[in-house]
Design a protein around this ligand. Structure first.
Ligand code: IPE
Ligand code: IPE
Ligand code: MG
Length: 253
């Protein structure tokens, strides 16, 4: 695997303007089953894809990469798959954090604490502590994350502050609400990518992606790599983001 910064022979897009890229890393199970392997082998194959994509994001100057590793809905899966995903998340974070630290990656976690395995939380917290002063890129690991859960948790925290007399209801607006999200310092999502062929958000970063550009790829996550990311960034650069505004191409008479 190429580390970030090593020449790879391809064109690395810069100046694309996508500061925050979010990825729904989907299609692992189908990738494995298509090879007559159990679904868990697909999750294992996803680890290399993730490391390569982080390296490629660094090369392309992306500032924040949010990755969806386990959703608040994924508890519905078989106990065997849930246990595998929890244990594997814990092991990957423990095994990779030194390497990511050496690349200058700042690791942060977004998610709900309830139900999350204590051992996963412990490794995430240690990774956050180890990398807290890094500034090359922020990788936001979304584990036991749900967009509605995040908004509901923010509302509950805000309600407590109103009850304590720290916030007046008349002060509540979008900016203030945003400060109650899991990672309030991260910018909004610019580019939202989903691999695996399905065209839905599956509850990922609902608040933060309100004006994101969406891209849905048929490629399964284990087949995604830095070059695929760079192609997405090049496509992103051709999109016109209007944020509700409009310019008249015909001059007013
Ligand atoms: C995404 O791949 C990984 C997680 C949800 C943890 P899936 O496991 O959803 O794979 P498919 O979508 O069933 O192929
Ligand atoms: C979204 O994928 C969650 C992650 C990639 C972690 P899912 O496979 O869980 O989503 P659905 O069930 O297809 O909507
Ligand atoms: Mg899936």
């Amino acid at each position: 695997m190429n580390e970030p910064g090593e020449p790879v022979g391809d064109h690395v897009p810069t100046g694309h303007g996508a500061d925050h890229v979010a990825i729904v890393m989907d299609g692992n199970g189908r990738w494995a089953n298509a090879r007559n392997l159990p679904r868990t082998e697909g999750h294992k194959a996803g680890e290399d894809a993730l490391m390569d994509v982080i390296a490629g994001a660094i090369n392309a100057g992306v500032k924040v990469l949010s990755v969806y590793a386990f959703s608040t809905e994924n508890w519905k899966r078989s106990p065997r798959e849930v246990s595998f995903l929890m244990g594997y998340s814990r092991d990957v974070i423990r095994k990779r954090r030194e390497e990511l630290n050496s690349w200058g990656v700042k690791i942060v976690w977004s998610g709900r604490q309830a139900r999350l395995w204590g051992s996963v939380l412990k490794e995430l917290k240690e990774a956050e502590r180890l990398t807290r002063t890094n500034s090359t890129i922020t990788v936001n690991f979304c584990v036991n994350y749900g967009g509605r859960a995040e908004i509901a948790d923010a509302a509950a925290e805000l309600a407590l502050d109103v009850q304590r007399g720290r916030v007046r209801p008349s002060q509540i607006n979008e900016d203030l609400f945003g400060t109650y999200l899991y990672q309030p310092d991260l910018p909004d999502v610019d580019l939202f990518i989903r691999t695996g062929g399905d065209q839905r958000s599956s509850n990922f970063l609902l608040w933060e992606s309100s004006y994101a550009e969406y891209m849905f790829l048929d490629l399964a996550w284990p087949d995604f790599d830095r070059r695929a990311l760079w192609q997405c960034l090049e496509r992103y650069a051709t999109r016109e983001r209007r944020f509700g505004s409009a310019t008249d191409a015909v001059a007013d008479r």
